[in-house]
Design a protein around this ligand. Structure first.
Ligand SMILES: [Zn+2]
Length: 453
């Protein structure tokens, strides 16, 4: 089948024209029944759009190279549509479930969730229902056979056209119970669900911890808590907290923390002991450690905050508290200027890496969110040509982005401000070189337009 680009473009123009027409119309004279009916039609339009996106996303996933995308697929979609990485990832996963597939030998295959996909395309299933069905389907125990899976998916899709997402969620729970009344789950079912993530750091500096633990991890944490979260143990309010042995009577009596607070402090003590043990070895050429960067002014005033190589904002009180423990690096900057360190070694020195944590804070690719700990050091000017490793010629790049930088591929260069610009290879014309402001939101306030020369 040949591609008719003009017809595709004309179809989108028709949608735009229809929208222009709709928003310009006066709906005030309608009676409530008519207004509700039009809202229903709006919802139908909203529901159908993903059906247009799925083949586009799946096509990119199948064919586009990392070079063409400028990194991973979720990065490329997030950057072009200006949506969050999380939303881009969600759309990619939904497209994998609800879009058509191509088999190993190139034969076309229907969607994994065929009934749900058909009803989404008709506009009879909304995003809420689709999310419930996908979650239900993926949480089915692995022993449920393909025929049963297809049957329950079709049942859920059918009911989803008649009920709201919260009602469908109750149906999903009931169906899951009927299919698996004895709660038979295998290790692989549990392994699939396991995970642990941080939420965004709040304005008060606190972070929400979310996740699902396997029974093994729960049992392990339990054993650590039994020791370190006991009353009187690891109490930060004590002059010298008891972290091993048994706390004395006074320490136990003084301890007025809640069980939750004690468990929190125990986790901190356990992980700090692990870092201090040195048994984690090295990470990117530095001993596994907390690396904090801050400015001279903030440190002298004992106020303000530091930033870790992982992207965490630390109040100065925490920076100073951390400094009492081993395995912790502090890089200090005066008026935003990193020290110019010259090295004749190919590898960036540990001190240069610390400087980069402060300077770049994370991957320098436009729009990339990967923090410094997870980045590689890249020589902006080819080391083979200049034979010096000047920190001003270095930048951080995450794995997928670093791999784009090879002969004939993407290139980087430093602009007048010392920021790293990324340029696509000549055969991919994609406008002006850009820098990454994600790790430096304050630059948007100063410059307005960071891309300006
Ligand atoms: Zn990156």
């Amino acid at each position: 089948m040949s591609i008719d680009r003009e017809a595709l473009s004309a179809a989108f123009d028709a949608i735009d024209a229809a929208f222009d027409d709709l928003v310009a119309r006066d709906c005030d004279g309608l009676v409530p029944r008519e207004q509700l009916a039009l809202l229903e039609r709006c919802e139908k339009v909203r529901r159908r759009l993903p059906a247009v996106e799925h083949p586009l996303i799946n096509g990119l996933a199948r064919q586009a190279t990392a070079e063409e995308l400028g990194g991973t697929l979720s990065h490329a979609i997030a950057e072009s549509a200006l949506i969050s990485r999380a939303e881009a990832t969600r759309r990619i996963k939904e497209a994998a479930d609800l879009g058509s597939r191509i088999g190993l030998t190139g034969e076309p295959l229907g969607p994994i969730l065929a009934a749900t996909a058909a009803k989404q395309c008709q506009g009879t299933l909304g995003p809420g229902q689709v999310a419930v069905i996908r979650k239900f389907y993926h949480e089915l125990p692995s022993w449920v056979d393909a025929v049963t899976r297809a049957q329950v998916e079709a049942k859920m899709a059918m009911e989803g056209t008649k009920f709201r997402p919260e009602q469908i969620a109750k149906l999903a729970a009931t169906l899951a119970d009927c299919l698996n009344p004895d709660g038979n789950y295998r290790d692989e079912d549990r392994a699939r669900r396991r995970g642990l993530t941080f939420g965004q750091q709040g304005s008060d500096g606190m972070s929400e911890l979310r996740g699902w633990l396997t029974p093994e991890v729960r049992a392990t944490v339990e054993a650590v808590w039994a020791k370190l979260a006991a009353p009187g143990m690891c109490n930060p309010e004590d002059e010298s907290p008891c972290v091993d042995g048994t706390p004395n009577e006074q320490a136990i009596e003084r301890d007025c923390r809640s069980a939750g607070q004690r468990q929190h402090d125990a986790l901190n003590a356990a992980l700090r002991a692990l870092l201090a043990s040195g048994e984690l070895g090295r990470h990117n050429g530095l001993p596994a450690s907390i690396i904090v960067t801050t400015t001279l002014a903030e440190l002298e005033a004992a106020a303000g905050r530091g930033l870790t190589g992982g992207g965490t904002i630390l109040p100065m009180s925490d920076v100073i508290r951390l400094a009492r423990h081993a395995r912790h690096y502090l890089a200090i900057f005066d008026k935003g200027k990193p020290l110019a360190l010259y090295h004749t070694k190919r590898l960036a020195s540990p001190s240069q890496r610390i400087v980069l944590y402060a300077k770049d804070r994370g991957c320098s690719t436009p729009g990339c969110t990967v923090p410094g700990y997870y980045c590689e050091v890249h020589h902006v000017n080819d080391w083979a040509k200049c034979h010096t490793t000047d920190v001003n010629e270095l930048t951080l790049a995450c794995g997928p982005h670093h791999r784009l930088l090879r002969p004939g591929g993407w290139v980087t260069r430093k602009n007048a401000k010392g920021d790293t610009e990324w340029l696509p290879p000549p055969h991919l014309d994609r406008g002006r070189p850009r820098t990454n402001t994600f790790h430096h939101p304050e630059k948007l306030l100063h410059d307005g337009d960071d891309d300006a020369p």
